[in-house]
Design a protein around this ligand. Structure first.
Ligand code: GDP
Length: 291
């Protein structure tokens, strides 16, 4: 299986949730009879109330590339807000590239700048998606220029500044390589992710190493440690070492999950590059390393 880990970055309301929702639908993650909240990534009540996406969440889609291979795309939602500075960085570190989604009327706004700065500093290639080109007041050409100026202003490398651009009507599930291309589906976006997001590095046969980037909670299985396998292979029931800032512990991996669609699913092993959640380790925190 091919793997791609991509973060999605946007100013609030530029259409991140709606776009990811359509990616999930078009990649066939939903079963016909599955009831889902119509908007995927900010189902959290607090977020609904405040109208902003706060929590970093992981979703994934499986897409068949033109050669017929299955490509699993882990989509990492980034909090689009400088109030969550540390969380933004930690979340980005689970990805290898970023999708920058910008409203075709509003152009890049301050939150865009903040998160983009972090993504550029990590050396990520960025895919620019100019969204909502259906808006009556859309001005996609100007917005593209503004995005370009922003990259230059933030001292992006030449390679980063030579970013691929897509145009989109996220609400209809359409992405196009050119402004006047027919609006069909999100294939151009999936193709661009496959082409431009580097496959994860890391040797699956090397000693295990996972840095925990996020902590979550599950009502049934308890505390969840989320991170990316930077090298090696993790197995369910395995004994591991936990390296903390000032201590070393041992623990057993009771439940190992990967992300499939909107859900976590139980898995027996996960290799370098994959994003995982581990249950059953109570004394684990962000920044700890599993070995
Ligand atoms: P988020 O805050 O970035 O997750 O943005 P949402 O996905 O919640 O979208 C914000 C608003 O923009 C909602 O009212 C959406 O219906 C609307 N929206 C999303 N995509 C499009 C689009 O392609 N065109 C237009 N005109 N509106 C859109």
């Amino acid at each position: 299986m091919q793997l791609r880990n991509v973060a999605i970055v946007a100013h609030v309301d530029h259409g991140k949730t709606t776009l990811v929702d359509h990616m999930l639908k078009q990649a066939g993650t939903f079963r016909e009879n599955e009831a889902v909240a119509d908007r995927v990534m900010d189902s959290n009540d607090l977020e609904r109330e405040r109208g902003i996406t706060i929590l970093a969440k992981n979703t994934s889609v499986r897409w068949k590339n033109p050669s017929g291979e299955i490509v699993k795309i882990n989509v990492v939602d980034t909090p689009g807000h400088s109030d969550f500075g540390g969380e933004v960085e930690r979340t980005l570190m689970m990805a290898d590239a970023a999708i920058l989604l910008v409203d075709a009327a509003e152009g890049p706004l301050p939150q865009t700048r903040f998160v983009l700065t972090k993504a550029l500093a990590l050396g990520f290639p960025v895919i620019v998606v100019i969204n909502k080109i259906d808006r009556g007041d859309a001005r996609p050409d100007d917005v593209l220029n503004e995005v370009f100026d922003l990259f230059v202003d933030l001292e992006a490398s030449d390679a980063q500044t030579d970013f691929p651009v897509l145009y989109a009507v996220g609400r209809d599930g359409h992405a196009m390589r050119k402004l006047d291309d027919p609006r069909v589906n999100l294939q151009p976006l999936f193709e661009t992710i496959f082409e431009k997001v580097p496959p994860p590095k890391g040797d699956a046969n090397a000693p295990l190493q996972i840095v925990i980037n996020n902590i979550d909670h599950d009502d049934y299985i308890g505390r969840l440690a989320i991170g990316r396998v930077s090298q090696g292979t993790i197995k369910a029931n395995q004994q591991v070492g936990i390296i903390k800032e000032n201590a070393k512990n041992k623990a057993a991996i009771k439940v190992l999950n990967t992300f499939e669609g909107l859900k976590r699913t139980v898995t027996q092993e996960a290799q370098a590059g994959e994003i995982i959640a581990i249950a059953g380790i109570d004394d684990i925190d962000v920044g700890d390393t599993i070995t």
